[in-house]
Write a protein that binds this ligand. Structure first.
Ligand code: NAD
Ligand code: UFG
Length: 349
């Protein structure tokens, strides 16, 4: 725990944010502080850097309490709950690269599932029974219809998505055994963009797997061209269509879920999509990013990426109904904020 940081003891509601130094977690920590919560971060820094904590402090004026632990270490996790009066948990921690999960499935099953089990065991021991879990639209696989409703069939196609579905099932079982649990299973579509200050954003290690960070690294000169994975899909221009959501909208979706988790609405585990409800093609994203950055983004069409689907966007009605939440930021905001972050931090944190 050499990286533990202390702040004044706070009377505000303390929320444990696992994976809180990561991309979505760090932005959610900012939104939680803005909403008056006291986030406490647990992360092993396997895919993030401790330097994000200073950026959070710069934005919010508050340095969050941080524990460098692996969630599978139940003893270390237990100590965090002993030292702090935690009331709820947002569970982001886990591995997330689809391709890597196909190549190294055991690494994914071991890390993602063991972390979730360890967390639930320690929460139960301390009678902390409110949890928001980061699930993913990837659990739907190739959906039969778009927009995708929460009631759509799940059809996972890779080990990463399997872990998300298995953890959803674990949490549902935990509820069946003890109905005092309050559980939100949030299925994210494609989070992109950055904090509007340009101080925080996505900082993938190595070559980015995802479209938006790849485009922004081309714009800043780290790669020559974007590879567009296929232009023969049955879509508006032949390129893949996804529901891109601004990471700060997603972060605020978590705050909305946290506010609701005390109500009877969450008396059973709820699956909720977090997306915008709009599908955008790869070419539309590329053109919007050119506009935001003022740069010409070179690209070439390559063959389809194995496992990719044509179209995926969310039905957002349930999120509006249950959480009273909808997205506020548009595609231009996503690209402008991503570009501000990338141009001010060309090599990331
Ligand atoms: P990220 O990799 O930036 O953040 C995850 C964090 O978890 C990292 O900081 C990493 O160090 C930490 N971590 C991993 N294993 C850990 C362990 N055993 N103990 C402690 N810390 C551990 O990823 P992100 O994009 O912020 O995603 C957050 C969550 O949202 C993940 O669960 C991911 O699967 C899910 N999700 C992400 C996307 C996306 O496109 N980014 C889409 C849908 C769902
Ligand atoms: N794409 C390219 N070139 C690239 C990267 C992506 O053309 O270099 C295309 C893909 O073919 C796809 C679209 O851009 O059509 C989006 O691809 P991403 O890799 O950015 O995102 P995915 O929709 O494949 O998957 C992401 C996350 C998953 C998550 C899923 C749904 O990587 O973890 O969104 O939330 F589960």
């Amino acid at each position: 725990m050499n990286l533990e940081r202390r702040t004044k003891k706070s009377s505000k509601r303390s929320v444990l944010v696992t994976g809180g130094t990561g991309y979505i977690g760090s932005h959610t920590v900012v939104a939680l502080i803005a909403a008056g919560y006291n986030p406490i971060i647990a992360d092993n820094l396997s895919n993030s850097k401790a330097s994000v904590l200073k950026r959070i402090e710069k934005i919010t004026g508050k340095l969050p309490l941080f524990y460098k632990i692996d969630l599978r270490n139940t003893t270390a996790l237990n100590k965090i709950f002993q030292k702090n009066s935690i009331t709820s948990v947002i569970h982001f921690a886990g591995f997330k690269a689809v391709g890597e999960s196909v190549a190294e499935p055991l690494k994914y099953y071991e890390n993602n599932i063991q972390s979730a089990i360890s967390l639930c065991k320690v929460m139960d021991r301390h009678k902390v029974k409110k949890i928001i879990f980061s699930s993913s639209a990837s659990v739907y696989g190739e959906a039969s219809a778009n927009p995708i409703k929460e009631s759509s069939a799940t059809a996972t196609t890779n080990p990463y998505a399997h872990t998300k579905l298995i953890i959803e099932e674990i949490l549902k079982s935990v509820y069946v055994a003890d109905p005092e649990w309050r559980i939100a299973l949030l299925r994210y579509f494609n989070p992109v963009g950055a904090h509007e200050s340009g101080l925080m954003g996505e900082d993938p290690q190595g070559i980015p797997n995802n479209l938006m960070p790849y485009i922004s690294q081309v714009a800043v000169g780290r790669h020559k061209k974007v590879n567009i994975f296929g232009n023969d899909y049955p879509t508006v221009d032949g390129t893949g269509v996804r529901d891109y959501i601004h990471v700060m909208d997603l972060a605020e979706g978590h705050v909305a879920a946290l506010k609701k988790i005390d109500t009877t609405i969450f008396s059973v585990p709820r699956v909720i999509n977090l997306g915008t409800g709009k599908g955008r093609s790869v070419m539309e994203i590329l053109r919007a990013f050119e506009k935001a950055s003022g740069k010409v983004i070179s690209y070439r069409i390559t063959k389809r990426r194995p496992g990719d689907i044509a179209v995926c966007y969310a039905d957002t009605k349930l999120a509006k109904k249950i959480l009273g939440w909808k997205t506020k930021r548009n595609l231009a905001d996503m690209c402008n904020d991503a570009w501000r972050w990338q141009s001010q931090n060309p090599k990331g944190y």
